[in-house]
Design a protein around this ligand. Structure first.
Ligand code: MN
Ligand code: MG
Length: 655
């Protein structure tokens, strides 16, 4: 961990904590005057507020298109009233968006797939953001999901600048300027106006080249975040008074690898940076998610001593960074700060309590497209014979993965038939996309007609279908990495033990159909999140069989999955884009839609179960309160009671 930059006052990280109220009113200068030099105390002082949205994912309204009802936990229309309130408190405020904006809800899909923004139409999200007077923004990884042409048509509607310092076109021309210097007239504590130059520089995860290879290869380049920052920051800092980074990345405390994905902490340590706006990880900072990490002040909101914020996802929070600037005679110096992520709601005994009203002006701007999206997603496309839910994926009861895998196999089989791989056994991998990142985030569909809306619920990402060649040995490592999500269970402990490590995203838990296997949760996980073996001798995957025979490590298979996984997403060992034998032009969601329209049946065989532990051990996991209605699908499972966060806890005996 490097120290804070040398051009910062030495007292920067040791300054006493100042309340936000003191910082806003200037009373803080008196409260902590002893910590400041005489010249600073006598100099003009002004307060600059930086506001951030990130990972909005086209949750423009507080509306759940999947379930056709308002959702009080999402929505830029809710954040809009927090923005208004934050501006009313602090006249010198700038507003930024940190990316993952245009993709992620059915509203975004409708606009990309059906509307296409022909004839210079302004993307509705930019109509809203222009009205909200955003000052600048950067690109997230999901901006590229619909291809560059759509992205460029969308960006043309933004009345504010986009910056991206580590992205350029393949021919070396810029895609967006690396940075912008915003000139703003700001008012100091005595009411005098000063002209300040606020530098804004942006960064996206270099992994976009892998995740959206099909759209970007040969068209774009994306370099290392830290290297790009070091290249631009010194000269930029000379030209501005405050330097703000828009970094579509979260926090990783390990020493940064080349092309580090979550590089915010290392970025904060680059000399000259005054604030880091974060995102991508869909977490809240400051807050307990990152407590106790080296270089991270999760209470105060600082990385390497530099103020930093991350405002959750889907409009759950507004990031607020307050900087107090003093003029030392030659230049402005940031000498104090306060950071918070302001929520639009909180949970009280599992109930959602709204903390921000919806801004009706936002809904008015997008109402035509919003209504059109609602009718688009309502079209029925087929019928479900049995309930489809993701309540019990952690014990191997996963009808959703069964459907996705059946659809992927049905799609890929004829395409592979004409290739040299036709003779290899065909398997399919599906991840648990909607398995409880909030108590509402589960799939829960009754038998009967199924609409397009439901398909997007089943498969929320616009990934495209891909298939790759893998050996029996490689298949085992793939499953070992998936099994990382389970906590290690102690067979000697008679108390209920937590089954799932919530820090591991459920979308990296793949169920592979076409083989059968058991998962031994008494063993440690072989891999860490980066795909490095941490317990090279440990093996959670046992009894891995194809056609009821133990798999030969040298045997070859073809596995159907999505482009994200095939190209290295989730850092699965051995999966890096090599071995891909099919890149389909269609999305996995399209494959599911086709499968449902064709009315084909889904196999009921479950690919995996837990390996017996020799004695009775009870594990516990959280699911939706609605899961109680589907207990009949999971023999041996019992409800253990409601949790404060709004989940229903279940217990299950491994025998
Ligand atoms: Mn995101
Ligand atoms: Mg992202």
């Amino acid at each position: 961990m490097r120290r804070p930059s040398p051009d910062r006052p030495a007292s920067f990280t040791r300054l006493p904590r100042v309340s936000r109220r003191e910082l806003l009113t200037g009373a803080g200068a008196l409260a902590i005057g002893v910590g400041l030099s005489r010249s600073v105390r006598a100099a003009p002082r002004l307060h600059l507020r930086l506001l951030e949205t990130s990972d909005l994912h086209m949750f423009v309204l507080d509306w759940d298109y999947y379930h056709e009802k308002p959702d009080p936990t999402v929505g830029l229309n809710k954040v809009a009233s927090l923005i208004e309130a934050a501006r009313a408190e602090a006249p010198n405020a700038l507003l930024f968006d940190n990316g993952d904006l245009i993709q992620g809800s059915l509203f975004g899909d409708f606009l990309a797939r059906e509307e296409g923004l022909a004839n210079g139409r302004v993307h509705p999200v930019f109509a809203v953001m222009n009205k909200l007077r955003y000052d600048a923004a950067t690109l997230g990884n999901h901006e590229f999901n619909f291809g560059l042409d759509f992205l460029e048509r969308a960006l043309a509607g933004a009345a504010f600048p986009y910056v991206s310092a580590n992205i350029e076109r393949a021919d070396g021309r810029e895609f967006a300027p690396p940075f912008r210097i915003l000139e703003r007239r700001l008012v100091d504590e005595d009411g005098l106006a000063h002209s300040l130059r606020i530098g804004v520089i942006g960064f996206a995860p270099p992994q976009i080249m892998m995740w959206d290879k099909a759209h970007l290869e040969g068209r774009l380049r994306c370099g290392d975040i830290i290297a790009s920052a070091r290249r631009h920051a010194p000269a930029l800092r000379e030209k501005c008074d405050v330097l703000v980074t828009l970094c579509h990345a979260g926090i990783n405390t390990r020493p940064a690898a080349e092309n580090e994905e979550n590089a915010a902490l290392q970025l904060a340590a680059v000399p000259g940076i005054d604030a880091v706006m974060m995102g991508h990880s869909h977490r809240v900072f400051p807050g307990p998610d990152y407590a106790g990490l080296e270089g991270v002040d999760a209470e105060r909101g600082a990385l390497a001593g530099v103020p930093a914020v991350m405002p959750g996802f889907w409009g759950s929070h507004l990031g607020v960074v307050d900087l107090s600037l003093a003029h030392d005679g030659a230049r402005w110096i940031v000498d104090r700060f306060a950071v918070e992520a302001r929520p639009i709601y909180r949970r009280e005994s599992g109930r959602v309590v709204a903390l921000a009203p919806a801004d009706p002006a936002v809904e008015k701007i997008v109402s035509i497209e919003h209504e059109a999206t609602k009718s688009w997603v309502d079209q029925p496309i087929g019928r479900l014979q049995a309930p489809l839910h993701s309540f019990f994926v952690w014990i191997g009861v996963d009808p959703v993965a069964a459907l996705v895998n059946a659809a992927q196999l049905a799609y890929a089989r004829p395409l592979l038939a004409a290739t040299p791989y036709a003779e290899l056994p065909l398997l399919s991998a599906a991840a648990a996309f909607r398995a409880g990142h909030t108590p509402e985030a589960y799939i829960d569909l009754a038998p009967g007609p199924i609409a397009l809306r439901d398909v997007a619920d089943i498969y929320p990402y616009p990934n495209t279908l891909a298939a790759l060649r893998v050996t029996g040995a490689g298949l085992r490592e793939w499953l070992e990495h998936s099994a990382r999500i389970f906590e290690r269970i102690d067979p000697a402990d008679e108390r209920p033990q937590p089954l799932i490590n919530r820090r591991t995203p459920s979308y990296n838990f793949d169920v592979i159909a076409g083989v059968t296997y058991k998962i031994d949760v008494s063993k440690p996980a072989r891999y860490d999140a980066s795909g490095k073996p941490i317990e090279p001798d440990a093996s959670r995957i046992v009894d891995l069989r194809y056609l009821d025979r133990e798999i030969d490590p040298a045997q070859e298979f073809v596995v159907v999955t999505n482009n994200y996984r095939a190209d290295g997403g989730g850092k699965f060992p051995g999966l890096d884009g090599r071995g891909v034998v099919l890149r389909a032009p269609d999305s996995n969601r399209d494959a599911i839609e086709r499968f449902l329209r064709a009315g084909e049946a889904v196999a009921t065989e479950r690919p995996w179960s837990f390996a017996p532990l020799g004695r009775r051990v009870t594990v516990a996991f959280d699911s939706s309160p609605s899961a109680a209605r589907r207990l009949a699908d999971a023999p041996g499972l019992r409800a253990a009671g409601l949790e404060n966060a709004g989940y229903l806890r279940f217990e299950y005996d491994l025998t």
